[in-house]
Every structure is written in structure tokens, then in C-alpha cells.
Design a binder for this molecule. Structure first.
Ligand code: PTT
Ligand code: SF4
Length: 611
């Protein structure tokens, strides 16, 4: 079986044991890698209802055929577990040297089980696994932690770490890797912290098995150069992801004031042009010629790496328009190991609830210094930080007084930086994202605004959401590879079967991939239904604030407009119909059979009847 190592490393922190396991061709061909592997392992091995922060949850690090191969943007690693934030399936995808090192060590996936009796880090070098004390770095920020490990093992090792937020099980703590990279929004850092696991360090010396090594080198390296040239020609990475901020402001899609507003006259002060002008360094993931990370000097003099989502949520949504202050908030999230999207959303919701008299507090929109203090309290779970550490869904449940309507999350995961008060297709993309509200699954917003009308709730929007989910939430998450060459530069999807076939020796077409994407999406839904057997379609709704006429913009291009619930339900019906799911949003028996999920369907039927 070329293209896969065929091995999974299983490590148990409770009793310090490990073993190398193998998987067969059927497993490889059915789930491919990355998200596919992680999901199937978690489905098979987790008992429903387990505590995500208890010993029974498992942290999966998953790779796949493209991981670490010389081809465009193949430095991505998937981290996954049952999410403590949402209670459902959770994962994230981050650039890391772990991608290549873990594969060179001989594994396509790592399963971490149990809880270490004391702060620990894992050191994996080929067939060797060590459980080592992490006392010296426990409590330290991720920058200092990374330096400590780099000093000990060199900068070339694969390294995943958590900060104090993960150690203290903040429900939206993330995992950090190399410079400027973070992943696992639905609390993957908290799962790592609950296991007393500060870091995973990996070094490998083996060859990654490839069917046609010369062929992939020739095509892959040539294409890496072409993608780099394309990037230079278009100038995309001058502003990177932050180029979209000015556009969101212009088209009334920017999150402002807990998403109550959709644009702001001061937004230009934190846009991509200002960011590029303030740039002091550039960074990127391994195997990438685009290098989209932009670093600036923050208010306290740190080097802060910035992306659009972070600026949107920590800047515009909090009405903080000093770029260096937004940089400081971003730096703190990175150092403490907090997801910057959820952290921004939580603070915005807190300020909003205070403003509406639902809760007492002294935090106001625009107060950067107080926001920094709150982030530090959150990571340590001190004082009000313990409350903020739970995320908007639980905060709203505790506050009551109708605050759930403006807690901006779906399924417990905070909405990222696209305000869909009047963008039905993108609202559907958030509603149906299989890990909670994340733009990564289907960024339909540009298609919707540039090529259709915002007024429409037509079937074509549901079709487009699914088409993008197949590519973004499917293909790029299980190969895995960074999707930016395709999204941002228009690098054709037809290149990916070429890489895949040279690596595996197979002869797959894009249609083969879409079936796998659909299989993964249906199994992710089964995962949720098994955890929440009384599943109903309201869980696929965005927050009620987007349907509330009193929340409509008072001026501007969408003045007086909000989403309409009845029409959103029609759009959801189209979506379910195309997917072959029933009107609760649950895959039918027939769909399960068509996707090769009969066994999984039998399992889920123990919890909820299928149609
Ligand atoms: C991702 C989410 C994103 S998505 C951003 S900015 W983006 C935020 N980044 C954070 C950060 O930084 N620090 C922090 N403390 N919290 C952060 N939270 C937010 O997390 C990321 C890039 C980006 S930048 C995007 S869109 C693309 N995402 C990809 C993806 O998901 N899959 C894939 N196959 N390719 C992708 N390419 C792009 O990668 P999560 P990264 Mg991250 C500092 O993982 O959980 O999905 O959260 O991966 O290596 O940092 O690169 O405008
Ligand atoms: Fe990483 Fe950006 Fe390159 Fe993608 S384009 S691999 S996110 S540096």
C-alpha cells in the first residue's frame, strides 16, 4: 500500500505505554487520512456521552497521503477529539513541522489516550516514545514553551504545544505549532491540557512511502514554484487573509459590536493595507511558497502574527481600531493558547450583555486594556475569567434574560468573522458546519455576494454550500493540504488527483473524492446525533439575532434587512434534500447505505431512529 505508512501510533498517558498498530487498504481507501481518519477512529473508539475532558476522550493527530510530500502547501496537520466546547465532533487544521516529522517517524496518525499523572510531554523519534516531565514549562506561554523545546531539540522537530488556557481547560483553548500557527478551535487545546500533556515533540528519519517518488518530485516541486509565481503575480500574500477586511466592511459583512453592526467608519485603520504597511516579518507553514503570515510590532513591543479572523473578532467586533492594540490581543491569544475567534466573540458577547443590563460588569466595547486583562483572567480561570472560559453558549445559559438570542455561536462554537445578518447562504454554511460555526467548511460568502443576490434563498445556494463543503471540509481536510492555493489563487482542483495518484499509485478522479467527502459529512452528523439523540433541525440554525428585525442595520446597504426564518427553513430543506438527510438533518438509512455507512447507521439507531 503505497502513499500511506500503514501505521498508527497509540500512546496511553495513564500507564505510559505505547504500541504501533497497522491499518489496511480498505480503511485507507475509505477514509483517506486527516479528518477522515480522525473521525472514524473517534467514532469507533469513543463511548457516547463521555466527558470530553476526562480520561476516555482521545486526542488524534492525523495526516494523510499528501502530508509532508513535496507538492504545494502540504505542511498541514489535523488535530481532533470530542469537543469540550460543543459536545460534538471537533477538529482543526494547522501548519506544522509535525506533518512531515510524524510521517517520517513512520505514522499516519497518533492516538493519545488517558491522563498523565503529572505535567508531561511526549517525545517521539521513529520507533521510540518517551514520556517526559514538563514541569519546567507548565504554566508558561506558548512562545517561551516553543523556545524551550527548540533549544532542547532544534527547530526542525515537529512540535505541538498548549498554553495556560489549555492547561486550565478553557473550553476554547487551541493547540499551537510553529510561528504563528494555531488550530483546533473547538477546544482541542483543552483536551490536551486535560491530559496533562504540554507538548508533543516528533522527529523522524524514515522515507515517506510514495508510489512514484521521481514523478511527484518533478510535478510537485514544479507546481510549488508555479504557485509561488502566481502568488507574486497576484500580490495576494501582501495582505494575505486580511485583504478581505475592507471588502467585508464595504459589503456589510463585518462583525462589529457583537455582530449588531455590519460595518464601521474606522475599519480602514485595521485593514490589510495598514497591516502590510506595519509588517515587520513574514511567516509561513512548511512546504509553502505563499507564506501568508504577517507579523507586526504590537502595543507592548511583541511580534504579533495576524490573520483576518483574529483582526475581525478581536478588533472590529470589539470596536478596537488601533492596530497595535489588536496585535496585543492577538499576541495574548497566541501566547495563552486561546482561540482568537472565540475569545473575541466571548468578550463581545460579555460587553453586549453588560450594555443590555443582563449582567453587571465594567467591560465596554473599545476598551483594549480591559480586554487584555480579561484574556489573562480567562486563561487562568481567575475571577470573571472562569465565567468567560466557558464560551458564549454556556455564558448565555447562565445569564438567561434572553441573552441566548445574541450569543453568537452555532452548536456552541463561536461564529467566525463574517456577519451574516443578511447573507442567507453563508448563514446556512455556518448552520451546517459539522464542528459548529466555522467559515472553513464553506466560504460561500464571496460567491453569494458577487454572483447572486442576497435576497435569494434558492436551491442553488444550498448546492453551492455543499459543493464547497465537499472541497474545503472534505478534500483539503483529508488529503490534507492547505486550501489557499485553490481559494486565493485559483490553483485548479484537477492538480490534486494528479498528486494523489502519483503518491498512491491509484487512479482516482475528483468524483471519487466527492463520495468520500459526503461519507465524512454524514458520519460527522451521526457523531452529533449519537451524542444528542433528540436531534432536531434547530441545531442547524444560526443565532436568532440574525432573524430579529429590531437588530437590522439602521443605515447602509442592508438597512432594515435581516434573515427570514421561514425562508431559512426552506433553504435548509434544500440542503437536507441534496445531502439525503431527513427533515431533522439526519442522514437516512438509504444515504448511509449509499455511502458505505451501514454499520455506523446500525450503531446510531441505538440512539435515534433513522428514516
Ligand atoms: C483556524 C482559525 C483561523 S482560520 C484563524 S485565522 W484564517 C484564527 N487563527 C488563530 C491564530 O492565528 N491564533 C489564535 N490564538 N487563534 C486563532 N484562531 C483562528 O483559528 C491558518 C490558515 C488560515 S488563516 C486559514 S483561514 C486556512 N485554514 C485552513 C483549514 O482550516 N484547512 C486547510 N486544509 N487549509 C487551511 N488553510 C488556511 O490556513 P482551525 P494555521 Mg488553524 C495565529 O485551525 O481550528 O480551523 O482554526 O491553521 O496553520 O494557523 O493556518 O483567516
Ligand atoms: Fe500556511 Fe498560508 Fe502557506 Fe497556507 S498559504 S500553507 S496557511 S503559509
Amino acid at each position: 500500500m503505497k502513499g500511506w505508512t500503514g501505521n498508527i501510533l497509540r500512546v496511553n498517558l495513564s500507564n505510559k505505554t505505547f504500541r504501533k498498530e497497522t491499518f489496511d487498504q480498505d480503511f485507507a481507501h475509505k477514509w483517506v487520512g486527516g479528518r477522515g481518519f480522525a473521525l472514524k477512529i473517534l467514532w469507533d473508539e469513543l463511548k457516547p456521552g463521555i466527558d470530553p475532558l476526562g480520561p476516555e476522550n482521545k486526542l488524534i493527530v492525523a495526516l494523510g497521503p499528501l502530508a509532508g510530500i513535496p507538492a504545494p502547501n502540504t505542511g498541514k496537520t489535523v488535530v481532533a477529539a470530542k469537543s469540550p466546547l460543543t459536545g460534538g465532533y471537533g477538529d482543526g487544521n494547522l501548519g506544522s513541522r509535525m506533518t512531515e516529522q510524524l510521517r517520517k517517524a513512520g505514522y499516519d496518525a497518533l492516538i493519545v489516550e488517558g491522563i498523565a499523572p503529572e505535567p508531561t510531554y511526549l517525545y517521539i523519534e521513529d520507533d521510540k516514545v518517551e514520556f517526559l516531565p514538563a514541569r519546567e514549562v507548565w504554566g508558561k506561554g506558548t512562545y517561551e514553551t516553543n523556545d524551550w523545546f527548540y533549544k532542547k531539540y532544534g527547530r526542525g522537530v515537529g512540535l505541538l504545544t498548549i498554553g495556560p488556557a489549555g492547561e486550565n481547560k478553557v473550553l476554547y483553548a487551541m493547540i499551537r505549532s510553529m510561528e504563528g500557527r494555531a488550530g483546533g478551535r473547538p477546544g482541542m487545546g483543552a483536551v490536551m491540557g486535560s491530559k496533562n500533556l504540554k507538548a508533543i515533540v516528533t522527529k523522524g528519519s524514515k522515507e515517506i512511502p510514495v508510489s512514484d517518488p521521481e514523478g511527484i518530485k518533478e510535478v510537485g516541486l514544479g507546481d510549488l514554484r508555479k504557485v509561488g509565481d502566481l502568488d507574486k503575480r497576484t500580490g495576494w500574500s501582501k495582505q494575505g487573509t486580511t485583504g478581505v477586511l475592507a471588502w467585508c466592511n464595504e459589503v456589510a459583512a463585518l462583525p462589529v459590536r457583537n455582530m449588531r453592526k455590519t460595518s464601521h467608519p474606522d475599519a480602514w485603520r485595521i485593514d490589510g493595507e495598514r497591516l502590510n504597511a506595519a509588517r515587520i516579518a513574514t511567516y509561513g507553514c512548511p512546504n509553502c511558497t505563499m507564506r501568508c503570515g504577517i507579523t507586526i510590532r504590537d502595543h507592548e513591543g511583541h511580534e504579533a502574527e495576524m490573520d483576518y479572523e483574529n483582526i475581525g473578532m478581536l478588533g472590529a467586533d470589539l470596536e478596537i481600531f488601533e492596530l497595535d492594540q489588536v496585535g496585543s490581543l492577538n499576541y495574548l491569544c497566541d501566547d495563552l493558547g486561546l482561540d482568537a475567534i472565540s475569545a473575541g466573540a466571548v468578550l463581545a458577547f460579555y460587553a453586549d450583555a453588560i450594555e443590555h443590563g443582563a449582567i453587571e460588569g465594567d467591560f465596554r466595547f473599545g476598551d483594549a486594556e480591559k480586554a487584555k486583562e480579561l484574556l489573562k483572567l480567562t486563561a487562568r480561570r481567575e475571577g470573571v475569567g472562569d465565567f468567560l472560559a466557558q464560551g458564549t453558549m454556556r455564558m448565555a445559559q447562565k445569564i438567561g434574560k434572553g441573552s441566548s438570542d445574541y450569543a453568537m455561536h452555532v452548536k456552541g462554537l463561536e461564529i467566525s468573522a463574517y456577519n451574516c445578518k443578511f447573507i442567507p447562504g453563508m448563514a446556512l454554511a455556518y448552520g451546517t458546519s459539522p464542528i459548529g460555526a466555522h467559515h472553513k467548511e464553506s466560504w460561500v460568502i464571496t460567491f453569494e455576494i458577487m454572483h447572486t443576490t442576497r435576497e435569494s434563498y434558492g436551491r442553488e445556494k444550498a448546492e453551492k454550500v455543499i459543493e464547497l463543503q465537499r472541497i474545503r471540509g472534505g478534500l483539503f481536510e483529508y488529503l490534507p493540504a492547505c486550501r489557499f492555493p485553490w481559494v486565493e489563487l485559483g490553483w485548479g482542483l484537477e492538480h490534486y488527483p494528479v498528486y494523489f495518484n502519483k503518491i498512491t499509485g491509484l487512479n482516482w478522479t475528483l468524483d471519487d473524492f466527492w463520495k468520500i467527502s459526503d461519507r465524512i459529512y454524514s458520519l460527522m452528523k451521526f457523531f452529533w446525533v449519537r451524542e444528542f439523540p433528540n436531534w432536531d433541525r434547530t441545531r442547524d440554525y444560526p443565532p436568532m439575532a440574525w432573524f430579529d428585525p429590531s437588530n437590522a442595520d439602521k443605515e447602509g446597504i442592508i438597512a432594515g434587512k435581516v434573515l427570514e426564518l421561514e425562508k431559512y427553513n426552506q433553504l435548509l430543506d434544500h440542503y437536507y434534500d441534496i445531502r439525503g438527510w431527513d427533515n431533522r438533518g439526519v442522514p437516512t438509512r438509504k444515504t448511509a447505505k449509499d455511502l458505505g455507512l451501514e454499520e455506523e447507521a446500525r450503531e446510531v439507531e441505538k440512539f435515534a431512529k433513522l428514516e
